[in-house]
Design a protein around this ligand. Sequence first.
Ligand SMILES: Nc1nc2c(ncn2[C@@H]2O[C@H](COP(=O)(O)OP(=O)(O)OP(=O)(O)O)[C@@H](O)[C@H]2O)c(=O)[nH]1
Length: 376
Amino acid sequence: MQRIHPREWLRYGSLADLFTARNHSPDFNGARAERIALRIEVLSLVAGLLTLAWIPLDLLFLAEPGRTGIVSLRVGAGLAFLLLAGWRHRRHDLFRARLRLALFILIPAAFYVGARLVLAADDSDTGIVVGYYFLPYLMVTILAIFPLTLVEGIAGVAAVGATLALAEVEAGAITELTTLAEFWLLALLAAIVVWVQQSQLYMLLRLYREATRDALTGLFNRRALLAEMERARLDCRRTGEPLSVLLFDLDLFKRINDTHGHLTGDAVLADFAGVLRGVCQRECLLSRYGGEEFLVALPGRDAGAARVLAETIRAETRGREVRAEDGTPVSYTVSVGVAQGGEEEAVGALLSRVDQALYQAKEGGRDLVAEATVDG
Ligand SMILES: Nc1nc2c(ncn2[C@@H]2O[C@H](COP(=O)(O)OP(=O)(O)OP(=O)(O)O)[C@@H](O)[C@H]2O)c(=O)[nH]1
C-alpha cells in the first residue's frame, strides 16, 4: 500500500481541514454551507413559533412592569427568527452560512440579555422566570447540530459565553461563586459541543473525499474535476481571466504493466501524481482523469504559461525512477496536450481540443508537449 507522507496527510487528509476551512474546496464549502443554512432554516422556524407561543404563559405568570418588556422582547425575537427562517438563496456560500449562524446566535443572545435586564428590575421571582436562565445552555447545545470547523465552533460557543458574561456583568453578579459554577457548566457543554461538531465535519469530509478523490493518487476523480472546472470556467469568465488545461497520458504504460506487473504500474501512477503535486501550485486543479490519463485545469493561466508548466512537468517526469517489486528501476515519460479555453467555449469542447493536442503529441513520437489550435 502506498505510504502517505505526513505533510501530504495534512494537505490532502483531514487534520488541518478540521481546524479551518482554508483548504476546503469551493464545492465542499457549497455543500457544507447548504447543510448549515437548511438546519438554521428549520431551527429558526421552530424557535420563532415557540418564542411567540410562550407569550400567553408570560401574560399569565409575569407581573408588570416586567410583563410588557418580556412580551415585547418575545415578539421581536420571534419575528426575527421567522425572518431568518424565510431568508433563502439560490446559491449557498460559506459567507452567508456564517452570517446566518451569527444571526441565529445573536437573536436569542439579545433576547436573553434583554430579558435578564427586564427581570432584574422586577422583583417578583416567579417560578417561570427561572426558565430564562437556561437559555445560554440551550443555545450552546443547539450548536452541536452544525458541522463546524474548530475555529467556527469556538467562535460560536465563545459568543454564547460572552452573552452570559454580559448578562452577569449587567446583574452585578460576575464575581459571585454561582456565576463561576455557571461558566464551568457552560464550558463543559461547549467542549462536548465542539467535539460533536468536529465529528460531524470529519464524517462529512471523509464522505466527500471518498466521493471526489481517486483512491490510488488522492487527486480529484473525473466527476469532481468536471464540477470544479465548470465552476472555474464561470469564475474566469466573470473576471476575464484565462482558463487553460493540460491533459497528460503516460507513455507506453501497458508495457510497464506487462513487463513489471500491475502493482509497479500503480506505483508509477502514484509517482506521477506526486510530480503534479510537487510542480503545480495550489490553485491548479489536479485530477486523475481515467486509467493513465491526468487532467490539470489552470484557472488564471493562458496557453503560454500552461505550456511552460507542461514542459516543466514533462522534464521532471523524464528524470523519475520508480522501483519495481524486484527492485528494478523503472523510468517513464509522459505526453501532454495543452489548450486554452475560448471565452464562450464549453468545458466539453475545450476537453475535446486538448484531447486532440494530446493525440498529436503521441503521434509526434511521445514524451512531447503539443498545443491545441484555437479551432481544433
Ligand atoms: N497498473 C494500472 N494500470 C492501469 C490502471 N488503469 C489503466 N491501466 C492500464 O493502462 C494501460 C493503458 O494502455 P494503452 O491505452 O494501450 O496505452 P499505452 O500503453 O500507455 O500507450 P500510449 O498511450 O499509446 O503511449 C492499460 O494496460 C490498462 O490496463 C491502473 O489503475 N493501474
